[in-house]
Design a protein around this ligand. Structure first.
Ligand code: FNR
Length: 383
């Protein structure tokens, strides 16, 4: 497709849907049970209203910010998502290239379809990456991965995902398990192969999807016994990088995480794009809970969010609620599906332009000026 003609993220998704294999589409699109959390992730932003101020000079607009002290040009980052090469041979490397163009951060999935070395190859020296960890039952495997990650200068933190100790029940993914050939599945850092090519075929044979499609296969070997008490000390022993916890969904857990500062530097409020527990809350609800019950969390650690981001106005609303940054998962994958690395760049370009337009029309020049006074959340605060 002519990427310039794709005007918004829904159109990018539609274009990708036409190009993707049925199996890849099902894996990306799927979410838990009835897709209620996935749907609510986006619709909740629609209920929040903006409060534009007028008679304000909006000639200038600056979307730059920082994550954990590292400068980025966008408050939007790419969330860790497995198996980008199902969408396009550019894969996670293509996402990295697009992020480089826009000065955006990327978190590499533990289950990426290329090695971390391949993904960061060609990144700018100041390009910021995180690496997401699913702790393995066989801990030595995770320890070996962490040792490899340590050698990659661009990777600035470890993102430990907590909301999917077991995968959710994803019926679209399950339904497609018998369609087409099995696709390559492998971890980002388990293999010691070439560091620069994007076209080399994986050497590890794909685990055969059994009961539940690609999602279930990828989770084989993932530990379900993580705890505050045991896992954080273990992780701190095996990495000196800052730790970011992903998948928090309540103010209680956000509070505990903040108690673990400075070991824990940030949390990501996320319900895994609705792919774990269906009817778990969208990040907006958790942000509102934290504001109400333990606002000091925002002072102690950075709070990032993801899930359902489709528009610049969604980005701005999340920042107004106190998020430091906003992740996109499927949007990057669908961008890849629509047009490889240029497709991901188009997604970031759309989000940047929409975010700027929103800030300008609100009467805001810089992201740190955004706050609760710019939104009306009455429709989502009924409790
Ligand atoms: C994910 N997500 C995810 N999260 C994670 O910590 N590790 C992973 O490997 C994956 N893999 C993954 C694959 C696919 C296909 C999707 C769609 C998502 C979750 C991801 O990081 C993020 O939380 C959501 O995708 C955000 O929601 P949106 O932007 O997809 O609505």
């Amino acid at each position: 497709p002519d990427l310039e003609n794709l005007l918004n993220l829904d159109e990018v998704e539609q274009a990708a849907t036409k190009q993707l294999s049925r199996k890849a589409w099902a894996y990306y699109f799927s979410a838990g049970d009835d897709l209620l959390s996935k749907t609510l992730n986006n619709t909740v932003y629609r209920q929040i209203l903006l409060r534009p101020r007028v008679f304000v000079d909006c000639t200038n607009c600056d979307t730059s910010t920082s994550f954990l002290g590292h400068n980025v040009r966008l408050p939007v980052y790419v969330s860790p998502a497995a198996m980008a090469r199902l969408a396009h041979p550019d894969g996670e490397w293509g996402i990295a290239q697009a992020c480089g163009t826009f000065g955006a951060m990327q978190i590499i999935s533990n289950n990426a379809s290329m090695t971390a070395e391949q993904i960061v190859a060609g990144a700018a020296p100041d390009q910021v990456f995180g690496w997401q960890l699913y702790v393995q039952v066989e801990r030595w495997k995770s320890e070996a991965q962490l040792a490899r990650i340590k050698k990659l200068q661009n990777i600035k933190f470890i993102c430990l995902t907590l909301d999917a100790p077991v995968p959710g029940k994803r019926e679209d993914d399950e339904r497609s398990k018998n369609i087409g050939p099995n696709l390559p599945v492998r971890s980002a850092v388990q293999e010691d192969d070439s560091t620069s090519t994007t076209s080399s075929e994986p050497k590890t044979p794909a685990p055969k999807p059994k009961a539940g499609g690609i999602g279930q296969s990828l989770f084989a070997g993932t530990a379900a016994d993580l705890t505050w008490k045991t896992t954080l000390p273990w992780l701190a022993q095996h990495t000196s990088l800052p730790i970011v916890l992903k998948g928090l969904q309540t103010h209680e857990d956000a509070y505990i995480a903040a108690q673990h500062a400075p070991q824990v530097k940030a949390i990501i409020l996320s319900n895994h794009g609705g792919r774990a527990l269906d009817t778990a809350p969208p990040a907006v609800h958790t942000l509102l809970e934290i504001r109400k019950y333990c606002p000091e969390v925002f002072e102690r650690i950075e709070v990032w969010v993801d899930g359902g981001i489709k528009r610049g106005t969604d980005v701005v609303k999340a920042l107004c609620l106190g998020a430091r940054g906003v992740g996109v998962g499927r949007a990057a994958l669908f961008g890849l599906g629509a047009g490889g690395k240029e497709g991901v760049a188009r997604v970031l370009e759309i989000l940047k332009a929409e975010t700027e337009t929103c800030m300008r029309l609100l009467g805001v020049e810089r992201v740190e000026q955004l706050g609760m006074h710019h939104i009306n959340t009455r429709a989502v605060e009924r409790d």
